[in-house]
Design a protein around this ligand. Structure first.
Ligand SMILES: O=C(O)CCC(=O)C(=O)O
Ligand SMILES: [Fe+2]
Length: 187
């Protein structure tokens, strides 16, 4: 697990460079903050369920961070499109799933949106996923990149940190309210 955690952090640094390049930002953008950023590992176990239509493994949500990578042993993850339709993410052996989180939506000033996802269960097989969630260090604020704020794309998000997210989930009814909506300016 230690080696996997280190490799996931290194992969995340490379992914961020590519994502920044795709946004027209310098691929060195926030380099040190990313290298010193936060990483949370979550291991999820979803037992086989006799009545999968009556429940979910994990309810719909977005991840708080910049990116999350997921290693899974069985299909079950679903993502929602902009028309609010669910799509199953296929299981590809040896492949990782990469999801963009709320802090990437903030940093890109809304050019990229965090993806709503959920987990379904199945009757046959226990599903295990190993998720690596990345953002900046606990108290470090993520804000829209100034190069992505202009007349066509006005400032649309307030700054937020991992620590702000933790305060949010300890205080709010997270089923009714979404962290990203708290950061939107004039949603
Ligand atoms: O189990 C999965 O594939 C996703 C888990 C997840 O969304 C999470 O831990 O935030
Ligand atoms: Fe998630």
């Amino acid at each position: 697990m230690g080696n996997y955690t280190t490799a996931a952090q290194k992969l995340q640094e490379e992914l961020m460079q590519v994502i920044f390049e795709s946004l027209g930002l310098n691929d060195n953008y926030l380099h040190e903050d990313i290298a010193e950023g936060s990483q949370v590992m979550a291991v999820n176990c979803y037992p086989a369920c006799p009545e999968p239509d009556l429940t979910l493994g994990l309810p719909p949500h977005t991840d708080y961070g910049m990116v999350s990578t997921i290693l899974q042993n069985h299909q079950g993850l679903q993502i929602m499109d902009r028309g609010e339709k669910w799509h199953s993410v296929p299981l590809i052996k040896g492949a990782l799933v990469v999801l963009l989180g709320d802090h990437m939506e903030v940093l890109s000033n809304g050019i990229y949106k965090s993806v709503v996802h959920r987990v379904t269960v199945n009757t046959e097989k226990r599903r295990i996923s190993i998720v690596s969630l990345h953002s900046l260090a606990l108290g470090k604020k993520v804000r829209p990149a100034s190069a992505l704020v202009n007349e066509q794309n006005i400032l649309s998000y307030k700054e937020g940190s991992f620590s702000d997210f933790l305060d949010f989930i300890s205080g709010e009814d997270i089923v009714k309210e979404k962290y990203i909506d708290k950061l939107k300016i004039n949603p």
